[in-house]
Design a protein around this ligand. Sequence first.
Ligand SMILES: Nc1ncnc2c1ncn2[C@@H]1O[C@H](COP(=O)(O)OP(=O)(O)OP(=O)(O)O)[C@@H](O)[C@H]1O
Ligand SMILES: [Mg+2]
Length: 217
Amino acid sequence: MVEIKGLKKRYGERTVLDLDELSFSDGETVALAGANGSGKTTLLRILAGLIEKSEGTAKAPGSVLYLPQQSYAFRGDLVRNITITGAGKQTAVELLEKLGLSHLSGKKAKSLSGGELQRLSLCRVLAKKSELLLLDEPTSACDANGAALVIRAIRDYRDSCGCTVVMSTHSPMLAVNAADRLVVLENGKVEANGTPEDILSNPGIQWAKTFTAGWKI
Ligand SMILES: Nc1ncnc2c1ncn2[C@@H]1O[C@H](COP(=O)(O)OP(=O)(O)OP(=O)(O)O)[C@@H](O)[C@H]1O
Ligand SMILES: [Mg+2]
């Protein structure tokens, strides 16, 4: 369970996050959407304990795992990049299989493509159990097939441990297929909070409009 009340984050004079009340239940998967700079990463980093809040409360469980927005690789092959967290080799092999990376398992992780590296970073996180899984744009570098693998892996993880999942995304596909609830942020505040289907079909919500208006630049 995550409980947020009067949560604010300021940088200098600027308030980048300003949330009155928001809670996420055990076993719930929540997608956070909103424009660049709307506060998604800031919220995830506060919940992960990586940055300090300026005001208010953000109660989160003790065991938290966090996938950063920027993927990274350690030296060595893909298996080492997972076992480095303390996970067993068998767990690493199974996760690589699940995320479609088995054929690359002996390769140097630093040689992976962007989408492959993102899936490897997710394997590293999913190798451990937690009560709260925080994922910052887990499919941003993935093609449709890669995104489907990520969605299944997140779902299986949630089902196996009953944890809460909070993930930021710009992808309606991820929100609709993986989340029970979608929270849209705008300038650090909640613009909408409901089922992904309801929000995406609501033309009054700015974030939803960008996907339905057939934008041409
Ligand atoms: N250390 C910092 N100092 C000053 N401003 C910051 C700092 N970190 C973040 N910000 C600002 O806070 C705002 C929210 O940033 P945040 O990274 O949470 O956005 P986001 O919703 O994750 O965006 P994106 O979709 O681009 O990842 C941005 O305008 C950003 O410039
Ligand atoms: Mg971000």
